[in-house]
Write a protein that binds this ligand. Sequence first.
Ligand code: OOG
Length: 231
Amino acid sequence: MTSLAAALDNALTTATELASGSFPADDPYAVQREVVDLRLARGEKVVGVKLGLTSKAKMQQMGVDSVIWGWLTDAMRIEDGGVLDLGPRIHPKVEPEVAFLVRGGAIAAVAPALEVIDSRWLDFKFTLDEVIADNTSAAGFVVGSWQPVPADVDDLSVQLLIDGQVVETGSTSAILGDPREAFSEALRLAGTLEDDWIVLAGAATAAVRVGPGQSVRVEVAGLGAAALKAS
Ligand code: OOG
């Protein structure tokens, strides 16, 4: 195992941060796979993949400019309306997204979704290689109810609400012009997508810090909502 994978896993399990620049990553996706394999060795199961930095807002917020991908495990899943336990988190943020359900390597359904990201890098400051090695900051996700994919899935308005106040607004068009493009990218990058896997398409807006007691909700026009409560 690389020392970077061990350090990232230690940061994850102890909720501590690593300083950017401390480790070289020759093949960041190989390190990412090691980091995820450590989670699987603890009994977690892969339930899908996520895309990151699929919107200009996110690329600008993070200062990097390429689409990235990572793994989702069952331990990251929060039921719709469920609780995000902040105890084991470093500096979690939430992002409004859409999720796709995979059947036969294609999109079977779409749902409003929230992603929780929690970089293991100090102050969320990292290079592209570093965020890839860190499983693209994946920390949690909520998926609302699955719907048939509407014809205008590339132009649905998206709102992120905290305690009932709208904090970010955007459109699914911000996700690579059409979130179905994110699905195609996921298929290309991951090589294969298994039946019943979830594909998180990436944030439609910048990410927002979440704190204790806050209620977080995503609303996607025509698709409905998904929510969590931080505690
Ligand atoms: C990287 C992950 C970004 C998204 O949807 O753009 C991401 C980060 O900002 O920490 O998941």
